[in-house]
Ligand binder design. Structure first.
Ligand code: NAP
Length: 278
């Protein structure tokens, strides 16, 4: 299968479908990432706080896959926004990953109560200039945070990685992203398994009609929306299933039925609110 790629606003390309390793224990990360690479994934999404960058790096090293065929993302944790902490943090992440650069480095959360995310963003601009990250972006940023970093630095992030799944579509942030040429990375693309997404009729009916699984239908919906996704699984059969989403298309009615699932009152969120993470 061919995984589609998208062009970021800095001219670099990103595979639209990857593999996420949130909550993959450190001692399982190498085998999970090895399964993913074996299945054909080339884009891995990790973070310093996940505690599994070494396992990701071990799987990359053992794979023998040329570095320029891989797309690796990691993230700056919340307690490292001040001073020169971000410079130390990227050095530590690169050492654990066994890499001399990542493809994408993100400010993990805005931590608004600390009020230092503009400084963290300035540090990422420097990290990109020094070649330690090819592209830079943010995660969990709300529209006011996005407006502020752009106004104060003149640099627009390449991506904003936010919680997004059928019951929680974050239309204000996706509209801002479309207006500013920013790609959305949807974390928790399957709702983290925290609500019964797969038996909702819009999803189950599309699965029956296309002969694909409900998870594949939801991932296909993301791809057709233009979202970048990296579903997480530690099960090899699901790792393969989640990649097998490029041989079918949801029609306009199937897309519209899933679009309509967002209750528009914010109740579909399954993760933390960015204002509460500090
Ligand atoms: N920036 C952030 O703040 C942030 C926050 C959260 C996540 N993320 C990133 O986004 C990635 C994906 O999000 P996520 O891991 O939170 O949630 P997710 O991918 O929506 O859901 C993962 C859950 O779904 C299950 N699952 C996976 N494939 C399945 C399938 N085909 N059928 C049925 N169940 C399936 C997994 O179970 P099994 O493992 O047992 O298969 C796991 O319980 C993360 O790994 C991480 O890289 C970023």
């Amino acid at each position: 299968m061919t995984i589609p790629t998208l062009e970021l606003n800095d001219g670099h390309r990103i595979p639209q479908l990857g593999f996420g390793v949130f909550k993959v224990p450190a001692d399982e990360a190498q085998s999970a990432v090895a399964s993913a690479l074996e299945a054909g994934y080339r884009h891995i999404d990790t973070a310093a706080i996940y505690g599994n960058e070494e396992g990701v790096g071990a799987a990359i090293a053992a794979s023998g896959i040329p570095r320029d065929e891989l797309y690796i993302t990691t993230k700056l944790w919340n307690d490292r926004h001040d001073g020169d902490e971000a410079d130390a943090a990227i050095a530590e992440s690169l050492e654990k990953l066994g890499l001399d650069r990542v493809d994408l480095y993100l400010v993990h959360w805005p931590t608004p109560a600390q009020d230092n995310y503009v400084h963290a963003w300035e540090k990422l601009i420097g990290i990109r200039e020094r070649g330690l990250a090819t592209s830079i972006g943010v995660s969990n940023f709300l529209v006011p945070h996005l407006d502020r970093i752009v106004a104060e630095t003149g640099v627009t992030p390449a991506v904003n990685q936010i919680e997004l799944h059928p019951a929680y579509q974050q239309r204000d942030i996706t509209a801002w992203a479309a207006d500013h040429g920013v790609h959305i990375e949807a974390w928790g693309p399957l709702g983290q398994g925290k609500y019964d997404l797969f038996s909702i009729p819009a999803v189950a009916d599309a699965a029956a009609a296309t002969g694909k699984s409900p998870a594949q239908v939801v991932l296909r919906w993301h791809l057709q929306k233009g979202n970048i996704v990296f579903p997480k699984s530690v099960r090899p059969e699901r790792i393969r299933e989640n990649l097998d989403v490029t041989d079918f298309t949801l029609d306009d009615a199937q897309m519209a039925a899933i679009d309509a699932l967002d209750p528009l009152d914010g109740s579909g969120r399954v993760g933390a609110h960015p204002d509460d993470v500090n």
